[in-house]
Ligand binder design. Structure first.
Ligand code: GDP
Ligand code: GDP
Length: 446
C-alpha cells in the first residue's frame, strides 16, 4: 500500500514538533517503537485507524527573515512541500493571524497541494470565533486543534485524508510484488558513495541490468538479474545512475528521496561514508527504515581509505555501536565501491535479510521456545499479582510480527519485550529485519 506523505509547515513556535510527536505517537501506542533509534526525528510514521501515513516536520518557516539559515530552512521546507501529498499549515490560535502566516499560505497555494490549516493551541476553545479568522487565508479546510492536549487530532486527520486525491498511487500497483524480485533501496547521505556502489553493481559482468519504467513520474528502477536467475529491483535509481547530470541537492531532498525509496523497498542498504563516519541523518533514516518495517543492511564504504589506519577502524566500530543501539542484528559490510573490494558480499547479504523479513515460524516451535525462555527469565511479579504470557503466535511477515497473549498485557514492559525479542533473534535468524512484539489480553484462542 502506498503511504501518503504529510508535511507540517508553519512559523516557528506554533507547535509543529509537538504535533509531529502527537501524530507519530498514535502509532507507538500500537507498536513498540525502538527507543534510541527513533529519537530526535524529523520524519516519522503514523497510524490512524487502518491508515498509515508518513509525516515530515519541515522546521521553522521564517518567511520575513533574510538570514541565510532561515532561507535554507525555507528552501528545505519548499522541497518537502513539493514531495508531500498533503500539507498541514500549522498556525497559532493564541497569537492569531500574523503576516507571515499569510505569506506562507500564499506560497502553499501556489504549490497547489491539498492543504489543511491547523489552528493550534485552541484548547478549551475548539469552537471559538478566533479560529474562523484563519478562513481568511483562503487556503483549505480549517481545523482547531491542541497538540499538547491531543484535542482535534481526529478532525485534523479526517480533513487531511479527505483532501488527498482518491486515485490509487501508482506505487501501490507495483510495490511489494514478490514476483518481481527483492526490492532494494540504496540510501545514504550525499557523497557516501551510493552512485559508485550502484554503478559498480551495474558494471559487474555477470549481472544483467535494465532500467524499468518508473512507478511514479520521475523514478526509474533498475532490474538486476544474476546468472542464476535471481532478480533484484533497485528502486529509484534515476539520480544515482545519471549522477553527472544531477546537481548537488539540499540534504533534506536526499533524506526525503530516501524515505520514499524505503517505503517502496523490502530491504534498504544504508551507505555510510567510512571516512566521515555516521551522521545524524544516517541515524534518522535508519530509524525510519526500522519504523517502516523495512529490512536493513549497512555498508561502510570507502574502506580503502578508512581501512588503512587500524585506529580509524576501531573508531569507526565504536562510533557505529553508539550510533545504532538496538541494531546489533543488522549486517554491516565494509567495502569499497571504488575498487570493488567486498562488493561481492552485498547480494548474498541482501538475500539473507530478504529471507529473514519473510521468515515464518510455526506456532508449535514458537510456543516451545516461549516456554523455555520464560523459565530462564521469568516475568517479574507486578503489584501483587503474577503476570503470565500464555501463548505466542506469528501474525505476519515483512516485518515478522508476533502476538503475545497475557493475563495482564499492559504490565509487560518494553524492556521485557526487548528481552524476548533478543532471545527470539538468537533462536531464529532475524538478522536485518525489524521484529514486532505486540501484547493482547487472553489465552490461546481469544
Ligand atoms: P515548533 O517550533 O512549531 O515546532 O513548535 P513547538 O512544537 O516546539 O511548540 C512551541 C511551543 O508551543 C512549546 O512551548 C509548546 O509546548 C507550545 N504548544 C504546542 N502545542 C500547544 C498547544 O496545543 N497548546 C498550547 N497552549 N501550547 C502548545
Ligand atoms: P553519492 O552522492 O552517495 O552517490 O556518492 P558518489 O558515488 O557520487 O561518491 C562520492 C565521492 O566519493 C566520489 O568522488 C567517489 O569517487 C568517492 N567514492 C565513492 N566510493 C568510494 C570508495 O569506495 N573509496 C573511495 N576512496 N572513494 C569513493
Amino acid at each position: 500500500m502506498s503511504v501518503p506523505l504529510i508535511a507540517l509547515v508553519g512559523r516557528p513556535n506554533v507547535g509543529k514538533s509537538t504535533l509531529f510527536n502527537r501524530l507519530t505517537r498514535t502509532r507507538a501506542a500500537l507498536v513498540d517503537d525502538l527507543p534510541g533509534v527513533t529519537r530526535d526525528r524529523q520524519y516519522g510514521r503514523g497510524l490512524w485507524g487502518e491508515r498509515h501515513f508518513r509525516i515530515v516536520d519541515t522546521g521553522g518557516f521564517q518567511e520575513s527573515s533574510s538570514e541565510p539559515l532561515a532561507q535554507d530552512i525555507r528552501q528545505q521546507a519548499m522541497v518537502a512541500v513539493e514531495e508531500a501529498d498533503a500539507v498541514v499549515l500549522v498556525v497559532d490560535g493564541v497569537a492569531g493571524m500574523l503576516p507571515d502566516d499569510q505569506v506562507i499560505a500564499g506560497l502553499l497555494r501556489q504549490a497547489g497541494k491539498p492543504l489543511v490549516i491547523a489552528v493550534n493551541k485552541s484548547e478549551g476553545r475548539l469552537g471559538s470565533e478566533g479560529v474562523w479568522d484563519f478562513f481568511a487565508l483562503g487556503a483549505g479546510t480549517v481545523v482547531a486543534i491542541a497538540a499538547t492536549h491531543g484535542q482535534g487530532i481526529d478532525d485534523l486527520l479526517t480533513a487531511v485524508f479527505a483532501a488527498l486525491p482518491v486515485a490509487p498511487h501508482p506505487d501501490a500497483l507495483v510495490a511489494g510484488d514478490p514476483e518481481v524480485g527483492l526490492r532494494v533501496a540504496v540510501i545514504g547521505c550525499p557523497n557516501a558513495g551510493k552512485s559508485s556502489l550502484i554503478n559498480r553493481l551495474l558494471g559487474e559482468e555477470r549481472l544483467v541490468s535494465s532500467a524499468i519504467p518508473g512507478t511514479t513520474r520521475d523514478t526509474i528502477d533498475t532490474l538486476l538479474t544474476t546468472p542464476q536467475g535471481r532478480t533484484y529491483v533497485l528502486v529509484d535509481t534515476a539520480g544515482l545512475r545519471r549522477k553527472s547530470r544531477v546537481t548537488q541537492r539540499v540534504e533534506s531532498f536526499s533524506a526525503l528521496a530516501a524515505l520514499k525509496a524505503i517505503d517502496r523497498a523490502d530491504v534498504a542498504v544504508l551507505v555510510l561514508d567510512g571516512v566521515r563516519g555516521v551522521t545524524d541523518q544516517d541515524q534518522r533514516v535508519a530509524g525510519y527504515a526500522v519504523d517502516a518495517g523495512c529490512g536493513l543492511v549497512m555498508v561502510v564504504n570507502k574502506w580503502d581509505l578508512a581501512g588503512r589506519e587500524p585506529k580509524a577502524v576501531e573508531q569507526c566500530k565504536d562510533q557505529f555501536e553508539q550510533s545504532f543501539p538496538h541494531l546489533e542484528h543488522v549486517p554491516v559490510l565494509r567495502l569499497s565501491a571504488q575498487s570493488g573490494r567486498g562488493v561481492e558480499r552485498l547480494l548474498p547479504t541482501l538475500d539473507k535479510v530478504g529471507l529473514a523479513c519473510r521468515q515464518r515460524i510455526s506456532t508449535g516451535i514458537l510456543n516451545r521456545w516461549l516456554a523455555e525462555t520464560l523459565v530462564r527469565h521469568p516475568l517479574p511479579r507486578s503489584a501483587g499479582h503474577s503476570v503470565k504470557i500464555r501463548y505466542i503466535s506469528q501474525v505476519s511477515v515483512a516485518p515478522p510480527t508476533f502476538l503475545l497473549f497475557s493475563n495482564h498485557p499492559e504490565e509487560i514492559h518494553a524492556t521485557y519485550r526487548r528481552y524476548l525479542e533478543n532471545r527470539l533473534r538468537e533462536a531464529f535468524d532475524f538478522s536485518g529485519t525489524p521484529v514486532r512484539m505486540l501484547c493482547r489480553k487472553g489465552s490461546s484462542n481469544t
